[in-house]
Design a protein around this ligand. Structure first.
Ligand code: KG4
Ligand code: ZN
Length: 339
């Protein structure tokens, strides 16, 4: 089946065309087109995503990207259209939904909603690193993005339970806020990672919030505040190294994520671990969670770098899986849609 997919939940406009077969148990994907238009430069002066600017840019970019998909895949053939209905910024989500509804009418094709978080969750199945390796269940999945930090316990691609989540800031949000304290550009994650390479991760003993708690929840706001106090107290020291601050903060965040994910994997007898979401682009997190997973005998899956950030291809996969699972999302923007 060919699926046309549309993503507009935040600051990337994405349209993709996928060929998928195999059903919900063993999906096999070929990416026929995958176009992403990033708005990062437009939001950068504001230090974060401005919803109305995002909406304006999506409205401008959607027809342009669609024309490019048409030009790339001639004749354009698809059986199903899918669009992100949440979670995300509602004005941004609506632009994609309205565009998808118009296409469904014009091409007389069915339209189904997709959950953005399920897109991240399945994105390791897109062609790349997994290289045809089959996943063994049960699985622990760690979803880390700008808005979410969630641990799932999965019995299959269609059955899972939430084990825990952040009680305050998402980990990506903490990276973004610490980056702002250090006068780095938005989005902060990649900037912190770059600066951290020049610093000593053991220089400052930032807290590892909730690392020893028996539950699987997270908290990153205290860690962020510790960085703020550290900079307030040491900001004028000639010896202050911003790179040490970045490296020590990153290490504290990675330590908590790895420790809790591995504890969940051990407790549930997981045979595999999935890492996904924008923060999964972080090389330190990828390598430390990968190493720790293999050490307990679990397979480790992470999407190829280009599929960590928001994109249309992962939404095509999420729409396909929802369609196969007969999961019907309401065709309306839901900023707080859960997984
Ligand atoms: O999944 P995503 O593109 O958007 C949401 O659905 O939220 O995630 C964006 C988040 C931002 O907070 C960004 O700073 C973070 O992912 N991020 C990173 C890295 N690349 C992106 N965080 C840490 N290290 C990175 N290399
Ligand atoms: Zn995302």
């Amino acid at each position: 089946m060919n699926i046309l997919s549309i993503e507009t939940s935040c600051d990337e406009t994405g349209i993709a065309l996928l060929k998928i077969s195999g059903g919900v148990r063993a999906p096999k994907v070929t990416v026929l087109a995958d176009l992403v238009s990033s708005q990062i430069k437009i939001h950068r002066p504001f230090g974060g995503v401005v919803p109305n600017l995002a909406k304006r840019e999506h409205l401008k970019n959607l027809p342009i990207l669609f024309k490019r998909v048409q030009a790339k895949c001639k004749p354009l053939k698809f059986d199903l259209i899918t669009v992100t209905v949440g979670p995300g910024l509602e004005p941004a989500l609506w632009t994609g939904i309205t565009f998808a509804q118009a296409l469904a009418k014009e091409y007389k094709k069915p339209l189904v909603g997709a959950n953005h978080l399920e897109g991240h969750l399945y994105s390791f199945l897109l062609p790349g690193l997994a290289g045809g390796r089959k996943i063994s269940f049960p699985t622990i999945a760690l979803i880390v993005s700008g808005g979410h930090t969630i641990l799932l316990n999965m019995d299959s691609f269609s059955k899972w339970k939430r084990l825990g989540e952040t009680r305050d800031d998402a980990v990506g949000e903490a990276f973004d806020k610490v980056a702002r304290m250090l006068d780095l550009d938005y989005p902060g994650g990649p900037e912190i990672e770059k600066l951290a390479k020049l610093g000593n991760a053991g220089a400052i003993a930032f807290p590892r919030p909730m690392i020893h708690d028996k539950n699987y929840d997270f908290s990153f706001s205290g860690l962020k505040t510790s960085v703020l106090y550290y900079l307030r107290d040491h900001g004028d020291d000639a010896s202050l190294s911003q790179a040490d601050v970045a490296a020590s903060f990153q290490q504290a965040a990675v330590d908590v994520l790895v420790a809790k994910t591995i504890r969940a994997a051990k407790a549930t007898g997981a045979k595999s671990v999935i890492l996904c979401g924008g923060v999964a682009a972080n090389k330190k997190l990828r390598s430390e969670l990968g190493k720790a997973s293999r050490k307990i005998g679990a397979q480790f899956f992470v999407p190829p770098f280009k599929y960590n950030m928001d994109n249309g291809a992962m939404i095509g996969l999420a729409g396909y899986m929802a369609h196969e699972r007969k999961k019907r999302y309401k065709m309306a923007a839901n900023g707080n849609l859960e997984i």
